[in-house]
Write a protein that binds this ligand. Sequence first.
Ligand SMILES: C[S@@+](CC[C@H](N)C(=O)[O-])C[C@H]1O[C@@H](n2cnc3c(N)ncnc32)[C@H](O)[C@@H]1O
Length: 273
Amino acid sequence: MTAYAYRSGLDLLRRRSNARTETARAVAGEWRISMTRAQGVHVVDFGTGDGDLLAAVLTKAGTPREAVIEIVERDRQLAEAARSVLMSAGYTTALANDSRDEPDGFLRESSYGTVTHLLAANVVHYLPDRLAWVASLRPLLTPNAVLTVVMRSAMCETRLLADIVRKTEGRSRAPSDQAISEILTAQRFTISRRTVPSLFTIPVEGDWSFSAAMTDPEDELAMFVRWMLSVPAGSPVPAAALTHIEDFLAARIVDGRLTLCMESIVLTARMGD
Ligand SMILES: C[S@@+](CC[C@H](N)C(=O)[O-])C[C@H]1O[C@@H](n2cnc3c(N)ncnc32)[C@H](O)[C@@H]1O
């Protein structure tokens, strides 16, 4: 998916849902107490995207302006966008080492010493070997560091839509938070789990249907549904999935609005012995 398509999808999600604000609030709630440290704060955000979520987390958590903020983002355009978003929020960021050029995207070391707060939001489903990823993080963290993983829950309706396509294409579903928790526990992290509900809601024309609109680049909602399904503009939506997608959306259009219930899971992991 191109950075443009990625950003337009994300923009609409932000305008039409409270997901980012609620997620940032939940993560910041876990981080706030540890933001005053004698040795200084060093935050790493793995899979930063356009930086909007990280900026909201840092601000809400009261992160000191002199904290070291490193971003790990393999898409250079997004990394640049993130740097300016964070700059506007008052934070100077460093692009972490060359991890973006590593095939697995691991951050192997930091030039700024050990990490006190590590965020990985909506990114673990990209990683082919999550066990190796978690193992690679451990040596980077201070003994009392906080590692926060955010992911859509299995009940999240935007995720269920994407799962319809994955299933028809014979692909496996995104990992569950249970699977990630087990990996973290096996690596001797102690975990707390929070559920963060939110809503996506948008007005629709009376006779709107995805099948009719799905190839219209002017139809913002159709383009957004494609983005949720991870089917880029120009690629066909799998025919076997279409009826399910149509029924799924039609059932959620009430009184001229499409409303999807969203749910994120925030896993906060702290290191044990
Ligand atoms: C769905 S976005 C999430 C962005 C942001 N964390 C948020 O929750 O709003 C996932 C981001 O992770 C990046 N990404 C995926 N795999 C990566 C890797 N191995 N190394 C660095 N960035 C990665 C993608 O380029 C994308 O920008």
